[in-house]
Design a protein. Structure first.
Length: 112
């Protein structure tokens, strides 16, 4: 797991909620947990107006942006139609209840 950074335990993320991850540079990453304990990670910015997705409501495998209620798919960061746009998705691994993010992606994706 040398290419992965340990972030937290799944239980540290609220069910139907999120946790924010600071990076050395660039905007924060939001880690989401569904009712089925699936874990997803997206840049913590809505593609519409940059709203903090980590403060949105998680339902199914989507999150509703708290600013204008855009619906964003957790699996790929894409806005539900008719809205258009996408936020950056980060690879996640869960091993024995521990959440890991790709070290390379944290250092290189969506830095501005």
């Amino acid at each position: 797991m040398s290419d992965w950074t340990q972030i937290c335990r799944v239980d540290d993320i609220p069910v139907l909620g999120a946790r924010r991850v600071q990076r050395a540079q660039g905007p924060e990453v939001a880690i989401f947990r569904t009712a089925q304990d699936q874990v997803f990670a997206l840049l913590d910015r809505c593609p519409h107006k940059g709203g903090p997705l980590s403060q949105g409501i998680v339902y199914g495998e989507s999150v509703a942006c708290p600013l204008h209620n855009w619906q964003i798919k957790l699996s790929d960061g894409a806005a539900h139609a008719p809205d258009e746009g996408c936020t950056t998705r980060f690879a996640v691994q869960v091993v024995d209840g521990v959440v890991f993010l790709s070290r390379d992606e944290l250092a290189t994706l969506a830095l501005t």
